[in-house]
Design a protein around this ligand. Structure first.
Ligand code: PEP
Ligand code: MN
Length: 266
């Protein structure tokens, strides 16, 4: 169902009054995790002002260590809803377990399936039974074919509202957290009609790599990016080293808008 043949012009996913796919470049931004109501509202207001169209923020966090901050869970969802209420930005947040699915369908606009759960087939089938847009992240050791098959698990249950996300894969290179597989974007575009976005934050794992990798994402034809933005990266509960401040996010947006304008003139 994800095969390009089924929709040669490329599919467009509608989320509230926003769209992902087509000839638009969509920007999803926000902190790795929701830390407080004030934090998420303040970041949401800043990114909206700079031109982002979706707010991200983890409430349920898949952390490597069980001793690390695990997210504010239900309370985090409430704070995300408050930020949506305040700014009108649709919210994107990660679902880790099928037992929360009803609440997510009710509360969130895009359900994120994280890299660690890309092949959690029961979870994929459950989101497949809903009609919520799903942001499916590539597993850190998954091939493009495996990513597309994971999308099939969702689509085969009846939900065709799938957005793919390249977030870097594990290679022998240790300088960066992962290696951004830029060629995955044109390869996926050739094979599938689904929109595909890039997450330059988790790919590089370093805040100063976000801007060049975001520019590269636009250049290779991605349908958008998802960027981690934090008001106080040094004290972030999660992924501070790869988070950019709202001021830097604004300058990134200005650069991307200029690039997109030039592209549109062709
Ligand atoms: C995230 O987006 O915060 C996240 C946990 O990403 P990934 O699943 O790609 O590691
Ligand atoms: Mn993160």
């Amino acid at each position: 169902k994800a095969n390009r043949l089924f929709c040669p012009e490329g599919s467009v996913i509608e989320v509230r009054d926003k769209k992902i796919g087509g000839n638009k470049f969509s920007v999803i931004a926000g902190p790795c995790s929701v830390e407080s109501e004030e934090q998420i509202i303040s970041i949401a207001e800043d990114i909206k002002e700079s031109g982002a169209s979706f707010l991200r923020g983890g409430a349920f966090k898949p952390r490597t260590s069980p001793y690390s901050f695990q997210g504010l869970r239900e309370e985090g969802l409430e704070f995300l809803k408050a930020a949506r209420e305040k700014t009108g930005l649709p919210i994107v947040t990660e679902l880790m377990s099928p037992d929360k699915i009803e609440q997510f369908v009710e509360d969130v606009d895009v359900i994120q399936i994280g890299a660690r759960n890309m092949q959690n087939f029961d979870l994929l089938k459950e989101v497949g039974k809903t009609q919520k847009p799903v942001l499916l992240k590539r597993g850190m050791s998954a091939t493009i074919e495996e990513l597309l098959m994971a999308a099939e698990y969702i689509m085969s249950e009846g939900n065709e509202e799938v957005i793919l996300c390249e977030r870097g894969i594990r290679t022998f290179e240790k300088y960066t957290r992962n290696t951004l597989d830029l060629s995955a974007i044109p390869v996926i575009k050739k094979k599938s009609h689904l929109p595909v976005i890039v997450d330059p934050s988790h790919a590089g794992g370093l805040w100063w790599l976000v801007e060049p990798m975001a520019k590269a994402a636009l250049a290779v034809g991605a349908d958008g990016i998802m960027v981690e933005v934090h008001n106080d990266p040094a004290n972030a509960k999660c992924d501070g080293q790869q988070s950019i401040k709202p001021e830097r996010f604004k300058s990134l947006m200005d650069i991307l808008k200029r690039m997109a304008e030039i592209e549109n003139k062709e």
